[in-house]
Design a protein around this ligand. Structure first.
Ligand code: FAD
Length: 493
């Protein structure tokens, strides 16, 4: 492995991944490095990726990004979770909210109390005990002066990249416009030494970040790092993306509506709605997919639908030699739980933590790769869960998802939930217990039993405690403004 000190960073690609990486590097370790980003207007970006999870907020705080300026310039809205429609069965609806549900104890998680109540014939819905769930359902939003709300953003992908560019360039990132035509490698080590642009310009570097999207120009086309294909677990491989005019006030959640061979997203922004149909070509051809999208979108189309092909999976080595792949170049689970932008943010944060100032060496790259693999495999399991636990009786795609063999790691979770309502957040697991619980229940996986800790409480006390939790949440939500009103007021402030 090359042990030359690392100072010159070249970022190939200026989509969401490239600009997130540039912004983070220059802000967090800028004085120690030089950052150059090359992007090609001719090639463009994937143009989707507009729903995030709450870690985006933490990342913005780390970079010192002003939230109001971000919301104004990217036409973002707030997101409290995802509304799943027609997933377990047609007509079903549940929200996977970002909130904490009730109050857990050392003995067990809150849902065991709720299951006790339900077994006794009272207790309502689990979502009654979650503030973010109720706020989402009511279409309300506010950032309280005191207390806490766990939220993320819906953002305009194009504007977000421009916003980050406006953040990164004044701090020293050098942007080069041009098409990379050739990647130069060291004849002995195979390390990348420079990128040759169509203009004839040569960009030398010590460390290269491959943010070139699905093509993986450096990590795959040059280094052939390999790809673990998860198509047998996640058979969707195509998307039709379209932007439409808003037909009503923006809701504070993403909508994910299942259809015969996949699902449809609706992401409300301040100025428009992001829409798309995700589907498996093996079960729905492109013409039928177009017709299905047309029949389901609300609002005037602002652009013609764009086709995107993808392959669910992960790059076998996201860091190979002196190339680190970020974003779509590093792998793609599928957009159902909006995890890709999170993976970019966590990867660049990890790179800063493990930064190879003294030279690229195996021990560090192995650690980076192991952490990245563990993380994306857990996300993969969570996504498969939504597809696998279905009772839809409408044919091929859903039948295949229900009957397919699943990873052992997921089978173990499903068994623990089915047998004892046990859910957990493992280390490296992005999704919290409440996320697993909401989706397993939402997908109609009913446990055979639960912990009886609720029966240890004096009669009446559990009823009182749960009743108070529920009414406190309802009262707080009733006083919150409508989501759109809050945005208007907040960005003006
Ligand atoms: P791209 O946007 O493809 O950017 C690649 C960049 O590389 C471009 O700037 C391009 O010009 C440049 N480039 C490529 N080749 C060359 C070359 N030869 N020379 C110079 N420059 C070059 N993520 C979420 O978090 N939430 C979501 O809701 C979500 N929805 C999605 C829906 C779909 C259908 C898909 C496919 C993805 C979705 N994602 C989502 C993922 C998200 O879109 C990406 O993670 C994110 O946009 C990052 O993309 P990227 O920057 O890696 O690639």
């Amino acid at each position: 492995m090359d042990q030359a000190p690392v100072r010159r960073i070249v970022i190939a690609g200026g989509g969401t991944a490239g600009w997130i990486a540039a912004a983070a590097l220059v802000k967090l370790i800028g004085p120690l490095i030089e950052v150059t980003l090359v992007e090609s207007d001719e090639i463009g970006t994937v143009g989707v990726g507009e729903s995030t999870i709450p870690t985006a907020r933490t990342f913005h705080q780390l970079l010192g990004i002003d939230e109001r300026a971000f919301l104004r310039e990217t036409s973002s809205t707030f997101k409290l979770g995802i509304l799943f429609e027609d997933w377990a069965k047609q007509g079903d609806r549940y929200i996977h909210s970002f909130g904490q549900i009730g109050k857990s104890t050392w003995m067990g998680d809150f849902h065991h109390f709720w299951m006790q109540a339900r077994a006794e014939g009272w207790g309502g819905e689990l979502g009654d005990y979650c503030f973010e769930y109720q706020a989402a359902k009511a279409g309300r939003f506010a950032i309280p002066d005191q207390g806490h709300i766990n939220y993320a953003y819906h953002l305009d992908a194009g504007r977000y990249a421009r916003f980050l560019r406006g953040f990164a360039e004044p701090q020293g990132v050098v942007r080069v416009e041009g098409r990379i035509e050739r990647v130069e490698q060291h004849p002995e080590t195979g390390f990348v030494t420079a990128l040759m642009l169509a203009s004839g310009e040569r960009l030398e570097g010590d460390l290269f970040l491959d943010c070139t999207g699905f093509r993986g120009l450096l990590i795959e086309q040059t280094l052939q790092a390999g790809y673990a294909d998860w198509g047998h677990w996640l058979p969707t491989d195509s998307a039709l993306a379209v932007q439409t005019a808003s037909v009503g006030p923006a809701v504070p959640y993403t909508r994910a509506t299942a259809h015969e061979a996949g699902w449809q997203w609706r992401i409300p922004l301040q100025h428009r709605v992001g829409n798309g149909l995700v589907y498996a070509q093996a079960f729905l051809d492109d013409d039928r997919a177009r017709a299905l999208l047309d029949s389901r979108i609300e609002g005037e189309k602002l652009i013609e639908p764009r086709m995107i092909r993808f392959k669910a999976g992960r790059r076998r080595k996201v860091w190979d030699k002196n190339v680190v792949a970020l974003g779509l170049a590093s792998g793609f689970v599928e957009p159902l739980e909006s995890t890709s932008i999170h993976l970019i943010m966590i990867a660049i944060t990890r790179l800063v933590q493990l930064f190879p100032f003294g030279g690229v060496r195996d021990g560090v790259t192995a650690r980076f790769n192991a952490m990245s693999t563990a993380e994306i495999e857990k996300i993969r399991d969570f996504i498969i869960l939504h597809y696998h636990l279905n009772q839809r009786g409408d044919g091929g795609f859903w039948d295949q998802c229900r009957t397919m063999a699943i990873p052992d790691s997921l089978a173990e979770r499903i068994a623990a939930w089915r047998d004892g309502a046990i859910a957990w957040q493992a280390s490296d697991d992005l999704f919290r217990v409440d996320s697993w619980v909401q989706v397993m229940l939402g997908q109609r996986l009913e446990p055979r039993s639960h912990h009886h800790m609720g029966r240890m409480i004096v009669e009446g006390e559990l009823q009182g405690a749960l009743g108070k939790l529920k009414s406190d949440i309802a009262n707080t939500v009733a006083q919150m403004p409508a989501h759109q009103d809050f945005i208007d007021r907040y960005i003006a402030g």
